[in-house]
Design a protein around this ligand. Sequence first.
Ligand code: ADP
Ligand code: MG
Ligand code: ZN
Length: 479
Amino acid sequence: MAKQYETVIGLEVHVELATKTKIFCGCSTAFGGAPNTHTCPVCTGMPGALPVLNKKVVELAAAVGLATNCKIHRFCKFDRKNYFYPDNPQNYQISQLYLPICYDGGIEIETSTGRKTVGIHEIHMEEDAGKLIHDEWEDCSLVDYNRSGVPLIEIVSEPDMRSAEEVIAYLDKLRLIIQYLGASDCKLQEGSMRADVNLSVREAGSQTLGTRTEMKNLNSFKAISRAIEGERARQIELLEEGKPVIQETRRWDDNKEASYPMRSKEDAHDYRYFPDPDLAPVEISQEWLEEIRSRQPELRAEKLERYKKEYEIPAYDAEILTSSKRMADLFEAASALCKRPKKVSNWLMGETLRLLKEEGKEPEELDFSPEHLAKLILMTEEGVISQTVAKEVFEKIFRENTEPEAYVEEHGLKTVTDANALRETAKQVIRENAQSVSDYRGGKTKAFGFLVGQTMRAMKGKADPGAVNRILKELLSQE
Ligand code: ADP
Ligand code: MG
Ligand code: ZN
């Protein structure tokens, strides 16, 4: 019988923290910006420049630790991880090796095979590196230090996951916790959340771990799943052929659906870690820790419970709405404004999800204001606009955050209360102005304006110009 293999996976997840300024200087952490404009002597590693720790980084890191059931090292330190690469101007990265801020935690995940806890070995604080841009056309490499010194936490899991499904469930849960805490937006595409996958295989039933590889460059859940399948197959094939798996870092190429060796895996001693002499150890007092704990916002489980009690929406809706912090925020804000939670939920569950899917976007990327959705709902309820028009206007809100009242006004989308009266009037105007009608049909667009004016006058100005336009066009296109 063919041998059975088990996949063993542990993740190292880097998350950029949502602070305004960098971890050791006052430079902006804003994404983008002209290259090398968010920089200073500290984050470009000038000799003699000294780092000063950003207090907010400690608070966010500790908050993530508390929310993932970690213990907190109330006395923790920063260490230098030495390596030489142009994205790292100091020639060392300030990180934590010996005493990371959080340790020994874990989160519960749920998959088709049931519930289990994935252990978190530690969470440490560190600084991000700059970005290298390799310009093959000009045959040169450029460096942008805007990202250098942006605060990161690295969340190191235990090797507790056994399948791509478990990995995705773990990442999804972790991301949601961090987003709810407001500690990061966790966008895989923009790199504010990055996962390195450590994977080994072993014969089913074996208690010892096999040799692992580490895969980098995974910027979507799909890429992560494919990389896991690909690497598992590659390692099993090696073992079947009696060849060893080499411990190394590999780069996943999602287009080719294959991984390539990047470098042999360094051990901690290769980095010649030592305590950073420029930074004092961090002491987190009991009071400070309690303060951080007390600031913890409502997390998903509590929110779900509250939704079921507070709003009259189905449990299924509550599940979907709370699966994204952004959606939940929109839902609550819009419901508070229009007092129609079920209607708000319908717009989010229906049209919003449909449009997101169409554009290949995540709920976290939603960026219309709750005021606009609330107003749209009220306008529909009051019969100012029809359902069909509401859908059209919603698309504008979704894509451009358009203000619905002004848009409806401008485009004459208001429901004509007495549509029959308007239609009859328009017909009469057409009958009485045969010359203008034939001018219009002959291509004189000015004649159309005259007909609109006549209809408006006959309606004593109370008709909606947009509606008059539409009805006239419709009538004139007949026959
Ligand atoms: P390093 O610091 O050298 O990268 P760590 O021991 O910190 O190594 O582990 C890094 C990650 O790799 C952790 O998430 C851990 O769970 C995972 N890991 C370690 N050994 C294995 C293994 N044999 N198979 C799969 N994952 C592993
Ligand atoms: Mg590591
Ligand atoms: Zn700086």
